[in-house]
Design a protein around this ligand. Structure first.
Ligand SMILES: C[S@@+](CC[C@H](N)C(=O)[O-])C[C@H]1O[C@@H](n2cnc3c(N)ncnc32)[C@H](O)[C@@H]1O
Length: 231
């Protein structure tokens, strides 16, 4: 269950669950071939209702949404399918993952498209109604965090929402568990975790009003969801 660390922004849009929107996870995972399909199933077991439901409720139900570092695109597909008129653009530096994401989206006819891009050089001249980064920023070297957040802010209208799902630095055991898995999955990355307080300070510097909530889990991941409003 989410455990508030700050004041969330009040919202008027009913959540997709409240609207009775169907859950697309199974058909999204089934749309990937071989190992990517297995990865998608596992990822949907790790990033579950306790994280997806608040994110789904906080993202705008319609409009253009940017996913920063979308990987195989399963969550871009998920949030696109759950909206009432969302168009999601997912960007990632990994061309193979982007190709698989595009094929999944085309096969299912989802309003999600994908582009190869480093998050430190986002596509120019695109504007969005909302954005999110799910377990990505700690894969980006810390010295680039502020620049990436400012770039995302510049692509959002005042009042628009950015969601940052991250891994907190406490409890230490949870961080060590996540670090070990990240080391196996992305051995080349310079891992840059931050405490929620550190993220909040950085987000304020980047031009966001932000609040963080811990999300409890049966696995020892120290999940934190940061809701940011573009000033
Ligand atoms: C843990 S995966 C998360 C992917 C997806 N958001 C998810 O939750 O399944 C981290 C992703 O960040 C991407 N990534 C890391 N650094 C990046 C950068 N500088 N530019 C673009 N993508 C990056 C990796 O390619 C990888 O797909």
């Amino acid at each position: 269950m989410p455990e508030p660390l700050g004041q969330p922004t009040p919202r008027s849009t009913p959540s997709p669950a409240a609207r009775g929107a169907p859950d697309p996870r199974r058909r999204i995972a089934a749309a990937y071939p071989g190992g990517a399909g297995l990865y998608a199933r596992l990822r949907f077991l790790i990033i579950r209702e306790n994280i997806l439901a608040p994110m789904d409720a906080l993202l705008p139900a319609r409009g253009r949404i940017l996913e920063v570092g979308c990987g195989f695109g399963l969550f871009a597909g998920y949030f696109a399918a759950r909206g009432e008129g969302r168009e999601v653009l997912g960007v990632d530096r990994d061309a193979r993952r982007i190709s698989l994401a595009s094929r999944m989206s085309e096969a299912l006819g989802l309003p999600a498209r994908f582009a190869v891009s480093d998050v430190r050089a986002l596509p120019q001249a695109e504007r969005f109604d909302g954005a999110y980064a799910l377990d990505v920023l700690h894969h980006v070297p810390a010295e680039h965090h502020l620049g990436v957040l400012r770039d995302v802010r510049d692509r959002l209208a005042p009042g628009a929402t950015l969601l940052v799902k991250e891994i907190a630095t406490a409890p230490r055991l949870g961080l060590a568990f996540t670090w070990a898995l990240d080391r196996v999955m992305a051995p080349q990355d310079q891992l840059s975790y931050r405490s929620p307080e550190d993220w909040l300070a950085l987000l304020a510097e980047a031009g966001f009003r932000a609040s963080a909530r811990r999300i409890r889990d049966v696995l020892p991941y120290p999940h934190v969801l940061i809701e940011c409003v573009r000033e």
